[in-house]
Design a protein around this ligand. Structure first.
Ligand SMILES: [Zn+2]
Ligand SMILES: [Zn+2]
Length: 405
């Protein structure tokens, strides 16, 4: 991957009306960054979004899936209904950046860039509202809670956010420090992975560290399980496919000379191909059951399908790839086979309507803005914000066949 990094925002192909909004969008992002809130607790965030929309005469619908909002911008000309989706929630992380817009909420941080997504969506609303006379159709902007968990997309859909008027196509983006500023990553088909979570509780029989024959050692059983679970990806999944089984937590015991009676293991499963939807839970159950049976331990397994893979429509992706070429630096700045095993509940929207989710490069190595997402020092190049607005607006132009000029 190239490291661009000259971030001369003047060189980006962003229209003057969006350029004029740029500082405002950055200010909004910084405000949101200072007041991060966790999933379904986005009270201040929702109020801020609502207030900004009302200031330009828009009437958002609030309280969708607790803290979610949507707003409809009706064009003067007939046309399709296009939805744009932004997520609003932050993470339980203590920020370590020393910046003027540092988080004021202790132990809470926008470490994934959702403050940027919300600001981009607001900026797009401002541009569209000011250009309503040349807008064909309606744009529904969805401000979604709880993407980081437990998931706000599904309850928003259940409460009808894609209906009345019915959405024809949906678009969403994620800022990505895995890509340099000025680069767009997109792909037809699966772009992000499914994200499942599992917990295993192993019940052995504790005892004296010197007398293992009188016990069932839950640590030894657990260690075998951790190792054996790695064979699902290396030995069972088709090597052409991508998948991950990660054990993120293994807890057992409290003293060096005591055999632990109980061990707890938890992890996450990621994959792109929906055909594996009912596969990993069965393989994990078979392995855990076999090892526990062989060792005389008992177990409980809790496997939860969290988010399905994010799957882009091929026609809509083609449009996004084309408009990206107009916005980015050169033809090498569109990564057309971009895939990453992040999970995202944008997948639920894309199960309902055709659409595309793309990644917008936001890293700037020369400015030290390249920490990974979910890191206490995560931050991104704010020049990506106006690019996000430009991408949304160009998509609307291309999809409706009418330009704003
Ligand atoms: Zn995240
Ligand atoms: Zn995110």
């Amino acid at each position: 991957m190239s490291t661009i990094a000259e971030t001369d925002i003047e060189s980006r192909k962003i229209r003057p009306e969006i350029k004029q909004l740029e500082q405002t969008i950055i200010d909004w992002r910084r405000h949101l960054h200072q007041y991060p809130e966790l999933g379904f607790l986005e009270i201040l965030t929702g109020q801020f979004v609502e207030q900004k929309l009302r200031e330009i005469g828009l009437e958002p619908q609030t309280g969708i899936a607790k803290t979610g909002l949507s707003v409809l911008i009706e064009g003067d000309l007939p046309g399709p209904t296009i939805a744009l989706r932004a997520d609003m929630d932050a993470l339980p992380i203590q920020e370590e950046n020393d910046v003027i817009y540092r988080s004021l909420h202790r132990g809470r941080m926008h470490a994934c860039g959702h403050d940027g997504h919300t600001a981009i969506a607001l900026g797009t609303a401002y541009y569209l509202a000011a250009n309503r006379n040349r807008l064909s159709g309606r744009i529904k902007i969805i401000f979604q809670p709880a993407e980081e968990g437990p998931g706000g997309a599904k309850p928003m859909i259940e409460q009808g956010v894609l209906k009345n008027p019915d959405v024809d196509v949906i678009l969403g983006l994620h800022l990505s420090n895995n890509l340099p500023l000025g680069v767009v990553g997109v792909r037809s088909g699966p772009i992000l992975g499914a994200a499942d979570i599992f917990h295993i509780k192993i019940q052995g029989k504790g005892g004296h560290g010197a007398l293992p024959h009188q016990t069932v050692d839950s640590v030894v059983v657990g260690a075998q399980i951790v190792t054996a679970l790695q064979t699902i990806v290396s030995r069972n999944v088709d090597p052409i496919e991508s998948a991950v089984v990660t054990i993120g937590s293994f807890q057992a015991g409290s003293a060096p000379n005591v055999i632990a009676d109980e061990a707890k293991i938890s992890g996450t499963v990621r994959y792109f191909n929906p055909k594996y939807q009912n596969y990993f839970d069965k393989r994990i159950a078979a392995i855990v059951s076999g090892i526990c049976q062989g060792q005389g331990a008992s177990y409980e397994l809790d496997y939860k399908r969290y988010y399905p893979p994010v799957i882009n429509d091929s026609e809509i992706t083609k449009i996004v790839s084309e408009i990206a070429l107009d916005v980015v630096e050169n033809e090498h700045s569109v990564v057309s086979q971009c895939q990453i095993l992040w999970g995202e509940d944008m997948s639920f929207f894309l199960q309902e309507v055709q659409g595309c989710f793309f990644l917008l490069g936001s890293a700037n190595q020369t400015r030290g803005l390249d920490y990974p997402h979910h890191h206490p020092r995560f931050d991104f190049d704010e020049a990506s914000l106006s690019m996000g607005v430009e991408m949304f607006v160009r998509f609307i132009e291309r999809y409706t066949g009418k330009t704003f000029h």
